[in-house]
Design a binder for this molecule. Structure first.
Ligand code: CP
Length: 332
């Protein structure tokens, strides 16, 4: 039984097959692949797009979604093993995953890292525990990666640019008042290198490098796909000739769990905002972001309202790619 925890578990052909299926599902939205089936959606963190698109997607495929918010309407869950459960959690994931597997045909979970200890969070232990104890396929709705966003991003770029191989892709760090999850940045790096793009990662300084396991996976992907991965802190060189600009803010991993210590570093880099003059350096690049986005903090109104901004298309494509992923997992 295969889960959808990270795109790295799936071959390039398998991913492309799901993207092709998503394109078909976009043309013909309603089907019965999930007829008589139920999908559990566990949200440990807030969501707008993921929650709405999964619920709508399950409905459009003839199934039913059960939304659970552990700690707010359902019992708080413990994910670590061997712990004396004398805190907030009322039950352990090994019971939750097995019980939900008796009711449901798929389990999807959103569990952001806890921003205390990166050495623990980087293991992705929450979703791995769900996958270990579930007897049905598990879908990642964002943990330390966001594979559904990756698929929507790839579909959006393929719709506009066709084959992505050899096209210059800029992933730029942007400022935000607080350190955010690296998941979307990790994911953007993984999917763009997987698709053979010439990827530039623009960061203010080395403290904003992504975890070595993602940097190394990006290097391996690029070597296999014929793409490339370059890291720079030169803003003008990074934007020059780009065909795609994707922005995301994330916290510096050396300061993980210590936002007040990161602040003196972070506050210097507000000029990393994506704006019209920077986009003018590109080769008429598309711009996108996973959303939600704080306007005039991460990108200006001018950029968000421009014809080259495809963030709304990417958000729509979440629906179509997730239906393709659920269809693929349900057929096992
Ligand atoms: N992009 C994304 O996952 O949006 P939500 O956090 O609103 O689900």
């Amino acid at each position: 039984m295969k889960h959808f925890l990270t795109t790295q578990d799936w071959s390039r052909d398998e991913l492309q097959s799901m993207l092709d299926a998503a394109r078909q599902l976009k043309k013909k939205r309603f089907g019965n692949v999930l007829s008589g089936k139920t999908v559990a959606l566990l949200f440990l963190n807030p969501s707008m797009r993921t929650r709405a698109s999964f619920q709508v997607g399950v409905h459009e495929l003839g199934g039913m979604a059960v939304v659970l918010e552990p700690g707010a309407g359902s019992w708080p869950i413990e994910f670590e093993f061997g712990k004396r459960m004398d805190g907030e959690a009322e039950e352990h994931i090994c019971e939750v995953a097995r019980v939900l597997s008796r009711y449901c045909d798929l389990i999807a979970i959103r569990a952001f890292p806890k921003f205390q200890d990166w050495s623990l969070d980087r293991t992705d232990y929450v979703i791995k525990a769900v996958a270990e104890y579930a007897t049905v396929p598990v879908i990642n709705m964002e943990t330390i990666t966001h594979p559904c966003q990756e698929m929507a991003h790839a579909l959006t770029l393929q719709e506009r640019l066709g084959d992505l191989a050899g096209k210059k892709y800029l992933l730029t760090w942007t400022w935000h008042p607080k350190p955010l999850n690296t998941a979307v940045a990790n994911s953007a790096l993984l999917i763009a290198t997987r698709m053979g793009m010439d990827v530039t990662l623009l960061i203010p300084e080395d403290a904003y490098l992504l975890d070595p396991m993602f940097m190394e996976a990006g290097e391996r992907n690029a070597a296999e796909s014929g793409g490339s991965l370059t890291v720079t802190n030169d803003i003008e060189a990074a934007y020059a000739d780009a065909l795609v600009v994707y922005c995301k803010s994330w916290g510096a991993l050396p300061f993980y769990g210590n936002p007040e210590q990161e602040w003196p570093l972070r506050e210097k880099y507000q000029h990393f905002i994506v704006d019209g003059p920077k986009m003018a350096l590109t080769r008429d690049a598309l711009f996108s972001h996973c959303l939600p986005l704080r306007r005039n903090i991460k990108a200006t109104d001018e950029v968000m309202d421009a014809d080259y901004c495809v963030a709304i298309d990417e958000a729509e494509n979440r629906l179509h790619v997730q239906k393709a992923v659920m269809s693929r997992l349900a057929e096992q």
